[in-house]
Design a protein around this ligand. Structure first.
Ligand code: NDP
Length: 276
């Protein structure tokens, strides 16, 4: 599988696993755990979660999934903006670690921008790095101007920006993705299959059928094709994890890309960053 490099040289496989809405329904729990385990067995070692998801339920599920195999996992969690202050961030991080049953995060993200000044969040993140509680930090849902402000506020060590990016959400291609590439920060693409809504699109189905793959696989291959983009699809089913893993090896041809470009054109002008 392709690997993605963080600015500090650490690399991770380009396909990871999302967890939003997992751990919330007890009747789904066994399937969700099986899916996360299958993903880890297949090399999808990056697990993305957040204190927000199910009010801690997703982190607890991930904690259960990684028990006994922590070293094999690249663990990502996120803090609410109202927890991103000097005082609150260490507490929020500790609570996440407790739910996750571990003593460090590989990556800790500011979930979206709130009222706490970016400089204060940077300072709080750097303290967690110095304490060894987190290995590195990043942000989510920050647009280009926010990223510029972040770096100006001392946040040059930011590892990534996790944003909404898929065939129907190509706005970041205008300036955010080039800006991140110029700063050697990989992008984490969330909702890479638009929470499933993309999968019934006729043009995507057409390309997928020609390639003999599923629409989800074609959509994931598209997200991954430009490089330095990590995709974190969520699935609670082993069969879908296997399908998604295979998508990471799929190469789209110039003709496939042209057909997808025609059906899902890049917006003609810059758009504010969308979020879900
Ligand atoms: P996704 O685009 O990953 O879509 C998830 C949906 O797609 C689920 O309903 C899943 O169903 C289905 N699915 C996954 N794989 C397949 C497949 N191979 N075939 C058919 N259906 C499939 O949406 P998410 O919003 O969950 O985004 C992914 C992750 O990104 C989140 O879980 C979260 O970790 C992160 N995220 C971050 C945000 C942020 O603000 N930073 C915002 C939103 C998401 P099933 O389970 O039945 O397979």
């Amino acid at each position: 599988m392709e690997v993605i490099h963080f600015p500090d040289g650490t690399s991770v496989p380009a396909l990871g696993q999302g967890t939003w809405h997992m751990g919330e329904d007890p009747t789904q729990r066994a399937d969700e755990l099986a899916a996360l385990h299958a993903g880890l067995d297949l090399g999808l070692s990056l697990l993305d979660t957040a204190e927000m998801y199910g009010d801690g339920a997703a982190e607890r599920l991930v904690g259960e999934a990684i028990r006994g195999r922590r070293a094999q996992v690249f663990l990502v969690s996120k803090a609410y903006p109202h927890h991103a202050s000097r005082q609150q961030l260490p507490r929020a991080c500790d609570a996440s670690l407790q739910r996750l049953g571990t003593d460090y995060l590989d990556l800790y993200l500011l979930h979206w921008r709130g009222r706490v000044p970016l400089a204060e969040t940077v300072e709080a993140m750097e303290r967690l790095v110095a304490a060894g509680t987190i290995r590195r930090w990043g942000v989510s849902n920050l647009d280009t101007a926010d990223m510029q402000e972040l770096v100006a506020a001392g946040g040059g060590a930011c590892a990534t920006d996790q944003v909404l990016y898929n065939l129907t959400r190509r706005g970041p291609e205008h300036d955010l993705l080039p800006w991140l590439a110029a700063h050697r920060m990989p992008v984490m693409a969330y909702s890479p299959v638009e929470q499933g809504r993309l999968l019934t699109h006729r043009a995507l189905q057409h390309v997928a059928a020609r390639l003999g793959v599923t629409p989800a696989q074609a959509a994931l291959a598209w997200v991954l094709h430009r490089g330095q983009v990590l995709a974190i699809p969520k699935t609670g089913r082993v069969a879908h994890v296997q399908e998604n893993r295979a998508a990471a090896d799929l190469r789209l041809s110039a003709a496939d890309l042209a057909e997808l470009d025609a059906a899902f054109p890049r917006p003609g002008q810059r758009q504010p960053l969308a979020m879900l």
